[in-house]
Structure formats: structure tokens, C-alpha cells
Write a new protein. Structure first.
Length: 188
């Protein structure tokens, strides 16, 4: 099982605490790798501060379950490598990020059936339990060689994130200026 909290400077103690309390109940059935970034996790089995890109891709593609923060890049990597991630979005009300973009992004993908979102400890434990019983529920067809689909997915994620930013503060422009806009067909 792989847990990825990302590389943001804000600690993600809530997710690591959930793991810390759950892991002893499955020590004989689960081998953890926990990429914990700037979050303290020394006593969690399999804890490593950071994984390089290649090691992270290997860990994702070989894990039975992938649990991650709500970062778009991590979620896309997991899906590209054949995993439906269990997403625990960082919540700014807990000091885990500067705004609520991960919450909004994860909820939107969850509503579309692309990820499983867990915002409470109870939901998290329930999904981990379901994943141990039926790991195939968290697998999708991997297609690492489809560049066109990957580019379209990245463009779509950019649009979704931009729409969320616009909804939050009315500003546009961080995505389309350097990317070809699928909506307009022109550089924006």
C-alpha cells in the first residue's frame, strides 16, 4: 500500500495520524510505503520523506492501493498508472494548505467517479477495509503510452482547476497563457 502526501511545505498530520491509528490493526496483512514529505512520520512503518519521480511511479504501479493528497499531478499519475486513488484532500482549516483547491478538485473528481474521496477518518478506514477485501475495485486500465490521451487529460485537469480558481476569486489566466486551450483551439 502506498501513501503519498506530496511535497507541500505544510504538514499533513491528519492523514498520518489516521494511518498511525489504523496500521496496527493490519500489521500482518499490509506493507506500507508512506511518502510523508514535511510531515513527521518517523514511527510509521515504511516512512520515507521523499521519493524521486521514477521510484514514485514504480511504487504507484506496484501498489495494491494508492492513498494520496488531492494534488492534481499525483492523482493523474495514479490514474495513468492504473490506480483509482483514495484521496484525502488537504484542508486549509487544519493548516494543511493555503486554500481549499484540493478539497474542491477532489470532490469534483469523486463526483465523476475518478477517485474515491475520504474527508473523515471513518470514510478512510472504510475504504481501506474495502480495498483490502477487493483491491480490484481500485484498479483501472493503465495506458502509459497514450500521449494524446495524456495531453487531453492534463488539459482537462487544467480547465477544471482554472474553473475552480475563477469560482473562488474571479481570476483567470494561470492555465491558458502557456497552454493550448481545448475550448478555443488557440493559444490563450
Amino acid at each position: 500500500m502506498l501513501v503519498v502526501v506530496g511535497t507541500d511545505k505544510h504538514p499533513f498530520d491528519r492523514l498520518v495520524d489516521w494511518l498511525r491509528s489504523w496500521q496496527p490493526t493490519v500489521t500482518d496483512r499490509v506493507v506500507l510505503t508512506v511518502q510523508h514529505g514535511h510531515t513527521g512520520a518517523a514511527e510509521v512503518p515504511g516512512a520515507v520523506a521523499f521519493l524521486g519521480h521514477d521510484k514514485l511511479q514504480t511504487a504507484i504501479s506496484t501498489a495494491d492501493l494508492v492513498i494520496c493528497h488531492g494534488g492534481p499531478a499525483t492523482i493523474l499519475e495514479a490514474r495513468r498508472l492504473g490506480r483509482v486513488p483514495i484521496v484525502v484532500p488537504r484542508d486549509p482549516s487544519h493548516g494543511e494548505h493555503v486554500d481549499d483547491h484540493q478539497l474542491r478538485f477532489a470532490r469534483r473528481l469523486g463526483a465523476a467517479g475518478l477517485v474515491v474521496v475520504c474527508e473523515t477518518r471513518a470514510a478512510f478506514v472504510a475504504e481501506l477495509t474495502a480495498g483490502l477485501v477487493e483491491p480490484s475495485r481500485f484498479v483501472v486500465r493503465a495506458d502509459p503510452d497514450s500521449a494524446r490521451e495524456r495531453e487531453a487529460a492534463v488539459a482537462r485537469v487544467g480547465e477544471i482547476v482554472e474553473d475552480l480558481v475563477v469560482a473562488a476569486n474571479g481570476r483567470r489566466g494561470w492555465w491558458r497563457p502557456w497552454s493550448r486551450s481545448p475550448r478555443s483551439g488557440a493559444r490563450g
